[in-house]
Ligand binder design. Structure first.
Ligand SMILES: [Zn+2]
Length: 385
């Protein structure tokens, strides 16, 4: 299971001596929620083959884009919870929940989040189809599935690899007793295109390179999701590399919250591909393999998958900036060709990945060797080659 927000983000609030007790308590609740999600999802995935068989029913004529949006029946409880200050009830329902809408249905107008979610899935699908020539996450038009309103005050979005679906929480931010608490703005997870594209890309990676979610291969897995997430957003907004913010999760933080004081006071987004180590990121990352933030252990955050992804993220940023224009035209296609290259394997290292990007740059641009040079130089500058 890949979560958009690593639990270490919440742990850093608990460890911050300047954070309030309330903020620490909220952060601990989010860590407990991720743990409970893991338990409840794995038990429901084991409960039967339902998760697999529900993909068999893509209706004729909808192979091109097909999706289902599911919802959780715990929503009413979450509204009560907001008022009373009681947080994170114990109801973690088995996924996917109840069916809200499907791509062939009329819009579900009672709940704007359904249409927002479907729109972001559609945009991400269209990006992969029209730019990369890929028909959905498996290349064969697989139906995209997402469950929204998951749990109560859940500040995360996840890719659940067993049932191959996305799960969106409503955000842990809430206003109670006249004060703001929590890290993520209500509705911001489902409301952000880069978050959705990040999660869909976990599905693409699972169906292609299959990078194992640990150590360097896990950091590559996270990096693919961040850089395609950013690219889908740039593509939708028709931004050049100069115009793009290169931020991951811009606008999702709950501004003015008790939980974002202390050491997190400067945070304006979750991560940045342009400036991974900046304190303006809620979760700063290394921009070089020798940077002090580079995690060398094996236990924490699956071996630092959300931390060390800053290195390949920054290499991609450098390549895109130097090639100029639109990121998806050249840099994105080199990275996509690498992700789908037969030389990729579950334990692919940074060095192996980097070498194939250089190779693919040369293959895609046989008349312009400077492109492969740009790619090789970027990897050298982040300490990988
Ligand atoms: Zn992720």
């Amino acid at each position: 299971m890949c979560s958009f927000v690593p639990r270490t983000v919440f742990q850093s609030i608990i460890d911050d001596e300047t954070a309030s007790e309330e903020a620490k308590r909220d952060a601990q609740n989010q860590i407990d929620a991720i743990t409970q999600t893991l338990t409840s999802i794995s038990s429901s995935a084991k409960a039967g083959s339902k998760a697999w068989t529900r993909y068999d029913t893509i209706p004729t004529g909808f192979e091109e884009f097909s999706c289902k949006i599911w919802g959780m029946a715990t929503r009413n409880y979450s509204e009560i919870s907001y008022e009373t200050g009681e947080v994170l009830g114990s109801s973690y329902q088995p996924l996917p929940g109840i069916l809200y809408s499907a791509s062939q249905d009329p819009p579900y107008e009672q709940d704007p989040d359904v249409n927002i979610c479907m729109g972001h899935l559609r945009t991400t699908y269209d990006f992969y189809k029209t730019v990369m020539g890929r028909n959905s996450i498996d290349g064969k038009g697989k139906q995209l599935e997402a469950s929204i309103h998951y749990s109560i005050r859940y500040g995360n979005a996840i890719w659940e690899k067993n049932s191959q679906q996305m799960v969106f929480g409503d955000g842990d931010g809430s206003s109670r007793f006249g004060r703001r608490a929590g890290v993520f703005k209500p509705g911001s997870m489902v409301g952000s295109l880069d978050v959705t594209a990040h999660e869909v890309t976990h599905g693409v990676t699972q169906n292609t390179a299959g990078f194992e979610y640990i150590g360097q291969s896990g950091a590559l897995n996270e990096s693919m999701s961040d850089l395609f997430g950013s690219m889908v957003l740039q593509w939708k907004q028709v931004q050049t590399v100069e115009e793009a913010s290169w931020l991951i999760g811009a606008g999702i933080l709950y501004e003015g919250s008790e939980s974002l004081k202390g050491k997190k006071a400067q945070a304006t987004s979750l991560r940045s591909m342009k400036d991974p180590a900046s304190p303006s990121n809620l979760d700063p990352q290394p921009d070089h393999k020798n940077h002090a933030l580079y995690y060398k252990g094996t236990t924490w955050d699956h071996g630092g998958v959300h931390r060390n992804s800053g290195v390949p993220n920054h290499a991609f940023y450098k390549v895109a900036m130097r090639l100029g224009g639109y990121s998806w035209d050249r840099a994105g296609k080199i990275w996509y060709a690498t992700l789908t290259d037969k030389r990729m394997h579950p334990q692919t290292t940074f060095v192996e990945f980097a070498k194939v990007t250089v190779d693919q740059a040369g293959r895609l641009h046989p008349d312009d060797p400077s492109v492969a040079d740009v790619v090789a130089t970027a990897w050298k500058e982040v300490g990988v080659l």
